[in-house]
Design a protein around this ligand. Structure first.
Ligand code: 13P
Length: 262
């Protein structure tokens, strides 16, 4: 049984003071929710303050990106060595990084290897855009992204990863994918690709999230699906009430979904 994982990607939101206020507002309730791993991914500047606030809780910390080198002349970049002191997770290859910062599949693969080398768990983002979706290219695009991101890894490494399937047309639009639609891509394409490359036991161990307009209203539809192990939440993770509600409903509906299938 895979432990579900709900992560909040704050993107470029929240000053240090605002981050502290948001974490104080959700910390106690979030910490009390059992059966789900809880991860906050604030911007780099707020990582240290948030790390301190959640130090005595079960809540984990993630960064939103990193460089693949340990150190060097890379002005503006943050290395895995720097993150390792603060974080357990790092989001890699988010569609916004790919779209606005020229991130390539090759760069994603380098970052995944660097994260694993330093004991950080990557949350690798994949997903097709609207034009690709409408052209019927979803399977080919997503499968190629998974293949490229995992190139050169061992099956043991793959088991520890988290992949987030985030269809770009569902991000920030208020229009999430359907539960069954996301389940099909996650099961057949993401897990299927991992299975063909690294074997069924690796594919069954790795956790795969859905992301894109996840809200307290839509989370149950995803969590009751057998292949979906959690969510990467954007906008709704900036509200303490919404993020706590999403996490609570995720924990309940995962159990319910499992019960319904037995
Ligand atoms: P929204 O939840 O705001 O659609 O963002 C999803 C996302 O990109 C999370 O990484």
């Amino acid at each position: 049984m895979r432990t579900p994982i709900i992560a909040g990607n704050w993107k470029m939101h929240k000053t240090i003071a605002e981050a502290i206020a948001l974490v104080r507002e959700m910390r106690r309730e979030l910490n009390e929710i059992e059966g789900v791993e809880k991860v906050l991914c604030p911007p780099f500047t707020a990582l240290a303050a948030v790390a301190e606030l959640i130090r005595t809780t079960q809540i984990k910390l993630g960064a939103q990106d990193m460089h693949w080198e340990d150190q060097g002349a890379f002005t503006g970049a943050i290395s895995p060595l720097m993150l390792k002191e603060l974080c357990q997770y790092v989001i890699i290859g988010h569609s916004e990084r790919r779209q606005y910062f020229g991130e390539t599949d090759e760069g994603v693969n380098r970052k995944v290897k660097a994260a694993l080398k330093h004991g950080l768990t990557p949350i690798i983002c994949v997903g097709e855009n609207l034009a690709q979706n409408e052209a019927g290219q979803t399977e080919a695009i997503v499968s190629a992204q998974v293949r490229a991101a995992l190139q050169g890894l061992t099956a043991a490494q793959v088991k520890s990863l988290v992949i987030a399937y985030e269809p770009i047309w569902a991000i920030g639009t208020g229009k999430p994918a359907t539960g069954s639609g996301a389940n099909a891509i996650i099961g057949q394409v993401v897990r299927g690709t991992v299975s063909s490359l690294f074997g069924e036991s690796a594919a069954q161990a790795l956790r795969i999230q859905y992301g894109g307009s996840v809200s307290p209203e839509s989370i149950a539809e995803f969590m009751t699906q057998p292949e979906i192990d959690g969510a990467l939440v954007g906008g709704a993770s900036l509200s303490a009430a919404k993020f706590v509600a999403i996490t609570r409903i995720a924990a309940q509906s995962k159990q319910q979904g499992a019960k319904n299938r037995t």
